[in-house]
Design a protein around this ligand. Structure first.
Ligand SMILES: [Zn+2]
Length: 565
């Protein structure tokens, strides 16, 4: 999964409309295809899974940093394995490789953000401690200068009859916004899906809305409880290179960034109120956006470079509906090498065995399995994606530049960080409950004697944090296959224990390495379920649909219409 970097921009436009009604369960999409063939499932092999992880997570792959020699080795290995599994290149010219043009911007002068109140002395803030910022521009300088405009939660969503912008023209303004979405109320217990984080709550959405309205910049207010992680998580990499797609988004923001709670409190005070009062008023529909009696000034300079990551795309062509695609995805990048750690004599290689050599291994075993049985009716595509850790960039680029219309991509199954802790009785399908994928996943899991557990941390917004988001935003029903909650022969809290231990010791650390005590029973189960799911969809005429209340449903409708369906 990616870091919580606030610094990326996906290009696919999400429609504004979304309404809330997740209480009605999706129709159960049943599939007429017969059971998954045993000879295919038998191909899914723990020894080969371990071997793939051992290769990809080896030190010589240098942490698989995007655009590095480590990525070159990675994509060469994946392509060789895909070819051995009988796949052909899925690019229009038959190639396996899709170059992903990227732009890197490294701050050379972080400047000084200054708040100047109408009646009082300017306050100069410190980069990293008091704010972080980056730019959407492909430019060596970016600046903001002007009055701040407070926009509450920065959400405009007719589905909830919610509009924090009202009629205000914010063209060229620098906006200040909370992250997250407004809390549910007694009268509206399902407002913004209650405790489930909606896409309107994600910081990426706040920036997108600001761009749509032509703002010059945006500062997000970070509070620990609202963001779910400390400010230091954001600020840690802020002085380093920020990576985005080479083509900046439409209406790029000059500068976008975050301020921590104490600075937000200071800003509210300069505006003659308190942060608590801002929070209270922002939770109502009556909220009025307004210009604050405070101007903000910041100029930053950057050194830029353009370079390329590479997505790897293989496929098995469908026999009767080759134009329709079932898409498996797994990101192959990780964090590369930490040169500072290395210079200090420590292990600096981010091997990323779990995140996400494991998912790539699953993908290669899936390819083997499909190769061992009759070709499916629909095309099955296997994509390993670049630059996920930099903000789902490889996925975003693929979604924008897909070999066929996204309306013909029937479903996306994403795997990221497989279960190396042993077999479970259940499997988690993040986002499955948002579409008819839930019924399909249940059938696939039942084939392995497993049940499906809904997203058990809905407030974390995991659906928005791995590559499936890019395809969902393009309208493709998607899910993110995750580790179950009930480990066989273990106490009830075992899943929570291992998750906490992983977060504390290995997640995005050089210590995410292949270990002898890792157990492959769980990842084999996950791969078998993923096979059953994709195989069933690929041999049916089913087109799983989003729940009508999902914002992505409207995108799907529009893309199907455009394609003449
Ligand atoms: Zn990952």
């Amino acid at each position: 999964m990616p870091r919580y970097l606030p610094l990326f921009a996906l290009l696919v436009l999400l429609p504004l409309a979304s309404c809330d009604d997740t209480t009605s369960p999706p129709a159960d999409a049943s599939v007429e295809a017969g059971p998954a063939p045993d000879q295919a499932l038998a191909q899914i092999d723990s020894v080969m899974l371990r071997e793939h992880i051992a290769v990809l997570a080896a030190d010589e792959f240098e942490g698989r940093g995007t655009g590095t020699p480590g990525e070159e080795k990675t994509i060469a290995y994946i392509r060789e394995q895909m070819e051995a599994a009988g796949l052909v290149g899925a690019m229009p010219d038959g190639s396996f490789f899709q170059p992903v043009p990227l732009l890197g911007s490294t701050p050379t002068d972080v400047g000084t953000l200054t708040f100047t109140p109408a009646d009082g002395d300017p306050v100069a803030l410190d980069f990293v401690d008091d704010y972080i910022a980056s730019t959407d521009l492909d430019a060596t300088e970016a600046s903001i200068n002007g009055p701040l405009v407070f926009v509450g939660y920065g959400i405009s969503n007719p589905g909830y009859d919610w509009d924090d912008y009202k009629d205000m023209d914010v063209t060229g303004k620098v906006l200040v916004s909370f992250v997250n979405d407004p809390p549910a109320t007694e009268d509206e217990p399902n407002l913004f899906q209650a405790d489930t984080l909606t896409y309107n709550g994600r910081w990426t959405y706040k920036y997108e809305e600001a761009r749509r309205r032509g703002a010059a910049g945006m500062l997000l207010i970070h509070t620990g409880p609202m963001a779910g992680y400390p400010f230091t998580v954001l600020s840690a990499g802020a002085r380093g290179e920020q990576i985005q797609l080479a083509t900046p988004p439409e209406n790029p923001l000059q500068l976008k960034g975050w301020i921590p709670q104490p600075v937000a409190e200071q800003l509210a005070e300069m505006s003659g109120t308190t942060l608590a009062a801002w929070m209270a008023e922002a939770t109502t529909r009556d909220f009025q956006p307004r210009e604050l009696p405070v101007t903000a000034d910041l100029t930053m300079t950057f050194e830029t470079r353009t370079f390329e990551g590479t997505n790897v795309l293989g496929k098995i062509e469908g026999t009767s509906h080759p134009d329709e695609v079932v898409l498996y995805t797994a990101h192959h990048d990780h964090l590369g090498i930490d040169r500072e750690r290395e210079a200090a004599g420590e292990d600096g290689i981010y091997n990323g065995a779990v995140d996400n050599a494991s998912g790539v291994g699953m993908m290669l075993e899936l390819a083997e399995a499909f190769n061992a049985t009759e070709s499916p009716a629909r095309t099955v595509m296997f994509a390993t994606l670049s630059a996920e850790e930099s903000g789902l960039l490889g996925a975003g680029y693929l979604a924008e530049n897909f070999p066929v219309s996204l309306a013909n991509v029937i479903a996306n199954v994403n795997v990221d960080s497989g279960n190396l802790n042993g077999p479970t009785d259940d499997i988690v399908g993040i986002g499955a409950e948002r579409s008819e994928m839930l019924g399909l996943l249940r059938t696939a899991a039942a084939g392995e004697g497993m049940t499906v557990t809904p997203d058990n941390q809905p407030n974390q917004g995991l659906f928005f944090r791995s590559d499936q988001l890019a395809f969902a935003r393009g309208g493709v029903p998607a899910l993110f296959l995750n580790t179950g909650t009930q480990f066989r022969g273990q106490p009830a809290d075992y899943a929570a224990q291992i998750k906490a231990a992983y977060r504390a010791t290995s997640y995005h650390q050089p210590s995410d390495e292949l270990r002898d005590d890792m157990l492959f029973g769980g990842i084999v189960q996950q791969t078998r379920v993923a096979f059953r799911l994709g195989h069933a969809i690929a041999n049916s005429t089913v087109r799983p649909a989003w729940n009508p209340s999902e914002a992505f449903a409207e995108t799907r409708r529009l893309s199907e219409q455009e394609t003449g369906m």
